[in-house]
Design a protein around this ligand. Structure first.
Ligand SMILES: Nc1ncnc2c1ncn2[C@@H]1O[C@H](COP(=O)(O)OP(=O)(O)OP(=O)(O)O)[C@@H](O)[C@H]1O
Ligand SMILES: [Mg+2]
Length: 598
């Protein structure tokens, strides 16, 4: 069960607006943890400060050592400045650790917030969104955005930010020695920075292309592995592996393209850094000759130069890392944060079901240019049990999707007890409809959890009763771990009929006033079906029911049967009436003597 705290957090999460811009995204997921963020930043700043002033102490030490008059005095100088130096190192190290401990809290919390918000957002997308995308690649995009944000913060907090600050402090230390060195160096660093920035910007599209290619490869891998059985049946292992190889090759090409640009940049920076060191030392030589600087100044400049040469070389690399992670986060956010296809209307109310009367008034709906319903009308009075018949592709499953508002319709309206389903909250609509879908959807969890999905707080007795009524209890008890058996991804460890019975038990537990059965018993043998029919009949009592079936015998006892053809009702009546009328239904019925095709 979920804790109260988790539930409140979930409620709050639905209202949060998630920025699409990576930097603003990182800010927004850090906001709830701002005290840790502030603490970590302050600690980092003080660490960098202590580190940057230590070359001064070296200068002081050298200056005073070269000027001492007696050994005793020299020892004293060494002792005092030595202690100051060690203390600075100690303060700096302690500050780094402090930023480590607070930063760890900030980053891990922000990462958790990012995951929670993105999964919360993506779970509100429509089925159409998911049918256009690979689930594996989507979960990767969320990981890229969430983990990428954490890594970006890490590289910022302990990478480029302190280094940049160190660089600026280093250049300002040069000012204490000589203005020309300082200004010259500053200009050089500025130019390197600008050139690096320009190159990094040029490289950005390549980084994005590389990230997209990476996630395509991962998506292809997941698609292949989830359908491995099909690829075996058709002996297409090589074909699939070649597809993977093609995607991997594409990824490699894109990687080389973006990587090479980075290597050239590093190469350039290394050269420039060496030239700068040479220039500064040459200039110091001139100053020393003029006796304008002392030994202490030379030590100071050398110490600072050592620090900032390293920084300049990696300036481009740091920007690269930054831009790469930025690209990954951006790509992830762009895919996930598209507007929801189906939103609750502002101030949408909850659906209140009293009689469970369903009306379809002039409903138009199509997929792209495939018109499935054209001015479709249907009234289902309260408590009526309707059988829906029609050839494959006639629109029966689509009928179920529209009733659940998994797509928005193009015209007309669907009413439940007089309330337009497009104007009530989606959750309240779906809470009132129990569906046994054409393809049972099982989680890779225990059978108990899969059944209890219809009622999360169901007791073991309730679960077993539902399973018994759905004719599932016996086969479950024969499984190695009974109700605790894991069913495999999408329920692969169960037979088609077993999955259907688990799905029926789940719908029974849900006990909603409207029941929809889409080929709910199609995978069962006739004996189990006869038994389940009894249970289903019991379940239907007092409910409005839409049952879809190709095997007409299962619909015989419905109050009414509707024959759907190309989105239009072509026949409507009881089983006996339709058989007597000699239409489409009668012909189908004749084909299926006793419910089976002859
Ligand atoms: N997600 C989708 N995107 C595009 N077209 C779709 C989608 N789902 C269904 N269709 C199309 O809509 C039409 C109706 O499909 P639907 O699944 O409702 O048929 P059905 O009556 O349930 O068929 P069956 O008896 O085979 O289950 C078909 O032409 C189908 O190709
Ligand atoms: Mg169907």
């Amino acid at each position: 069960m979920h804790t109260k705290q988790q539930k409140t957090a979930q409620k709050a999460a639905d209202r949060v607006i998630i920025p699409k811009n990576p930097i603003r995204f990182i800010f927004s997921v850090s906001k709830p943890h701002k005290w840790f963020a502030i603490g970590a930043l302050m600690a980092m700043l003080s660490a960098e400060f202590f580190l940057s002033v230590s070359p001064f102490v070296l200068k002081k030490l050298v200056d005073e050592l070269t000027a001492f008059k007696s050994l005793e005095e020299g020892l004293q100088v060494f002792f005092v400045w030595g202690i100051v130096y060690v203390l600075l190192q100690l303060f700096s190290s302690m500050s780094w650790s402090a930023s480590g401990f607070t930063g760890m809290q900030w980053l891990s919390r922000a990462n958790k917030t990012a995951y929670e918000r993105l999964y919360n957002y993506i779970s509100l997308h429509s089925n159409a969104y998911f049918s256009d995308r690979f689930a594996g690649s989507l979960s990767n995009k969320i990981s890229n955005a969430s983990d990428g944000s954490e890594r970006l913060l890490e590289r910022t907090l302990w990478g480029w930010l302190p280094e940049t600050i160190g660089l600026l402090i280093g250049v300002s230390i040069f000012f204490t020695v000589d203005k020309v060195i300082a200004v010259g160096y500053f200009l050089a660093v500025f130019v390197v920075g600008v050139v690096n920035f320009y190159l990094v910007k040029k490289r950005r599209p390549h980084v994005i292309a590389y990230a997209a290619s990476s996630s395509k490869l991962r998506g292809d891998g997941v698609d292949f592995l989830t359908n491995i059985a099909a690829s075996r049946q058709y002996v297409r292992r090589k074909h699939e592996n070649m597809r993977i190889s093609k995607s991997a090759q594409d990824r490699r090409e894109k990687d080389i393209r973006q990587w090479a640009m980075s290597e050239w940049m590093l190469f350039m920076n290394r050269l420039i850094a060496v030239v700068l060191v040479g220039a500064v030392l040459g200039y110091m030589y001139v100053l020393f000759k003029k006796e304008a600087v002392g030994a202490g100044d030379i030590i100071l400049v050398l110490a600072v130069l050592g620090n900032i040469t390293h920084i300049i070389t990696h300036l481009g690399n740091m920007m690269n890392g930054f831009i790469r992670m930025y690209g990954e986060i951006e790509e992830g956010l762009e895919e996930v944060l598209v507007p929801h296809e189906i939103d609750d209307k502002k101030n949408a109310r909850k659906l209140k079901v009293t009689d469970a009367k369903v009306e379809w008034n002039a409903v138009d709906f199509g997929f792209d240019d495939n018109q499935v319903f054209d001015k479709f009308n249907l009234d289902i009075p309260s408590g009526q049990r309707v059988g829906l018949v029609g050839s494959s592709g006639a629109g029966k499953t689509t009928f179920v999707s529209l009733l659940l508002r998994q797509h928005d319709i193009d015209g007309g309206e669907i009413l439940i007890d007089g309330q337009n389903i497009a104007k009530v909250t989606q959750d309240s609509l779906r809470e009132n409809i129990a569906v046994v879908p054409q393809e049972p959807l099982l989680f890779h969890r225990s059978i108990r959890e899969n059944i209890a999905y219809g009622k999360l707080d169901a007791t073991q007795e309730e679960i077993e009763l539902a399973a018994q009524r759905a004719q599932a209890h016996d086969f479950i008890m024969e499984l190695p771990e009974g109700y605790d058996t894991l069913v495999g991804e999408r329920g692969v460890k169960l037979s088609g009929g077993q999955k259907q019975r688990v799905a029926i038990a789940r719908a029974m537990l849900k006990d909603a006033p409207i029941l929809v059965l889409d080929e709910a018993t199609s995978a069962l043998d006739s004996e189990s079906e006869v038994k389940i029919q009894k249970a289903l009949h019991e379940l239907m009592v007092g409910k409005t029911v839409v049952a879809i079936a190709h095997r007409l015998s299962t619909l015989r006892e419905m109050d009414r049967i509707i024959v759907l053809e190309q989105g239009v009702v072509i026949e409507d009546g009881t089983h006996d009436e339709l058989v007597a009328s000699g239409g489409v239904y009668a012909r189908l019925w004749a084909h299926q003597a006793g419910g089976f095709l002859t």
